[in-house]
Design a protein around this ligand. Structure first.
Ligand SMILES: N[C@@H](CCC(=O)N[C@@H](CS)C(=O)NCC(=O)O)C(=O)O
Length: 204
């Protein structure tokens, strides 16, 4: 059975829980106590030397990084979520890269400051968030899904940190296309959300 090394309030980990749930795949959840520094234990570093959740383990196979895990799950269990033709693959990869950089540096960082007290530049993160959200808002004009004409891993990779952007004081009010897209994902069969957070949690 698949094991997922997880943390309930990690958006990166939530993306994987969401994908597993949408694909109706059973798995065992192993919570890594980030606040206690468990991600730096010898056992966990053997799974992921970058000391991050999520990590997926299936028999002897270990995969770290949320986007890599989404890719693995789609390729193995649901190829339509990441079609293999050249153009579709490139379209999806474009947005996985955005999920990794701009989304993390913008809404991900703004939330990290508010929810976990990270000593990062909140104002800059909010500015970057709105730059990104404006681009996505325009991109979604006349489109239902982010990369292709149907839902793909790109939608899941972007979902969590956009849906939870208000926790970092990044308002979504000015983005009707984004709100409609979020609602489209939330209405998928098997959707599970991430718990909303109170400010002031501490992660080492
Ligand atoms: N690129 C990684 C980033 C994962 C990541 O940043 N995880 C955070 C939680 S959201 C973490 O485990 N932080 C613990 C630490 O930095 O020690 C991914 O997409 O999985």
């Amino acid at each position: 059975m698949i094991k997922l090394y997880d943390f309930p309030l990690s958006g990166h980990a939530h993306k994987v829980r969401l994908m597993l749930s949408l694909l109706k795949i059973d798995y065992e959840r192993i919570e890594v106590a980030l606040a206690k520094g468990e991600q730096r234990s010898e056992d966990f570093l053997a799974l992921n030397p970058f000391h991050h959740v999520p990590v997926l383990k299936e028999d002897g196979l270990v995969i770290r990084d949320s986007n890599a895990i989404l890719t693995y799950l789609a390729k193995k269990f649901a190829p339509d979520w990441y079609p293999s033709d050249a153009e579709s693959s490139a379209r999806i990869q474009e947005w996985l890269s955005v999920a990794n950089k701009e989304l993390t540096e913008g809404p991900g960082t703004a939330r990290l400051v508010n929810v976990f007290g990270a000593g990062l530049d909140h104002k800059a993160a909010i500015e970057k968030s709105h730059e990104l959200l404006n681009i996505i808002e325009q991109h979604l004009e006349g489109r239902d899904w982010i990369a292709l004409e149907h839902v793909t891993v790109a939608d899941i990779a972007l979902f969590t940190y956009i849906a939870h952007a208000p926790e970092g004081d990044v308002s979504l009010e000015a983005y009707p296309n984004i709100n409609a897209w979020l609602a489209r994902i939330e209405s998928l069969d098997g959707f599970v959300g991430m718990p909303k957070t109170n400010v002031g949690l501490t992660v080492s």
